[in-house]
Design a protein around this ligand. Structure first.
Ligand code: HEM
Length: 297
């Protein structure tokens, strides 16, 4: 049916009247999206009310892919920033307000002090946390609903071998690496932010908490495995986000591959170094160094 309607619209494409395969595929995609046409911003909801453009756009596969790409970029930005911030663990003890303090503890306090006195202590950090939580939830929701859309579309087989995406290890494992990262994140917050699973936890004593956690071999292994999974996820995510937003000209492929490799390598090498260096004794808490709270009092 799609081919017949396209034949009348696109008669000028081919002299023999045969609809090009790219247009046929496009028609299949459109008809698979619950039988609706491309987003126009004029779509109406169940009660005949016009849907807001963003909601209308998000209900299409293209909209969900854009949301995956944008929230993915936010996530990549966060993990890079977080890893670079954690490198402060290697700077050890510094002079802070005339006393000794761990550089990473001072940095943690600095994050809580951001935009003070415009906002009260810790508020800006909470705004960033809420933005990050929203991005993670949207990323998961878009991934889940795209999977449902793809399953519904499965009866329509690809037309030729040219249509197959290069399904490498990273792309096939996106769902698993994503689940591992989310489970890790719960453990990680319970370990280093809330302190539930951390034997030496003290609020605000980042260096001490880090050493108490990562000097346990099973926990160090967990961090290493989870961060390798994160690296695989980021490699494919960075590669495919350009595809999602339509920047997939073959001329950029080499550049995209380089960027994806660079981001994944940076995160894996940086993050895996923390458990390894803690086990090796390079990151080792010295109880004689006062906490930032004690210094500030
Ligand atoms: C070995 C790698 C990592 C180390 C050493 C590490 C270290 C830390 C530490 C020490 C904190 C507590 C900071 C504080 O109390 O102020 C923290 C919080 C956090 N980490 Fe990580 N992290 C690692 C990897 C990750 C990864 C891969 C993610 C995300 C996928 C992540 C997400 C978070 C989040 C969301 C928080 C809470 C931030 C907040 O409450 O403001 N971390 N991390």
């Amino acid at each position: 049916m799609a081919s017949r309607s396209l034949r009348s619209v696109g008669a000028g494409f081919r002299a023999d009247g045969v609809v090009p395969s790219s247009l046929r595929r496009m028609a299949q995609t459109i008809s698979n999206e619950r039988g609706r046409g491309p987003v126009s911003g004029t779509a109406v909801g169940k009660r005949g009310k016009r849907k807001p453009f963003l909601i209308d756009f998000y209900s299409t596969a293209v909209g969900k892919k854009y949301v995956m790409a944008v929230t993915g970029i936010i996530g990549i930005g966060f993990v890079i920033g977080h890893m670079v911030g954690n490198l402060k663990a290697y700077l050890g003890v510094i002079d802070h307000q005339g006393s000794r303090a761990y550089d990473i503890d001072v940095y943690g306090e600095y994050l809580r002090e951001l935009l003070v006195p415009i906002l009260p202590h810790g508020y800006f950090l909470w705004i960033m946390r809420i933005g990050l939580i929203a991005a993670v939830l949207l990323h998961i929701h878009a991934a889940y609903s795209l999977t449902i859309l793809n399953r519904k579309a499965r009866p329509v087989k690809y037309q030729s071998s040219r249509d197959y995406q290069v399904a490498n290890f990273a792309s096939r494992s996106m769902r698993w690496t994503g689940i591992i990262v989310v489970l890790f994140l719960f453990w990680h917050l319970a370990d280093l932010t809330w302190g539930w699973f951390n034997p030496g936890f003290e609020h605000g004593a980042v260096y001490r908490n880090l050493d108490a956690s990562l000097s346990r071999v099973p926990v160090a292994v967990l961090y290493i495995v989870a961060n390798i999974a994160l690296g695989i996820h980021l490699f494919h995510g960075t590669w495919s986000l350009f595809q999602s937003i339509g920047w997939n000209n073959p001329r950029f492929n080499q550049w995209r591959k380089g960027l994806a490799t660079g981001v994944a390598t940076l995160i894996v090498v940086g993050n895996v170094s923390f458990p390894i260096m803690t086990l090796a004794g390079v990151i080792e808490y010295d109880a004689s160094v006062p906490s930032v709270q004690e210094v500030s009092e």
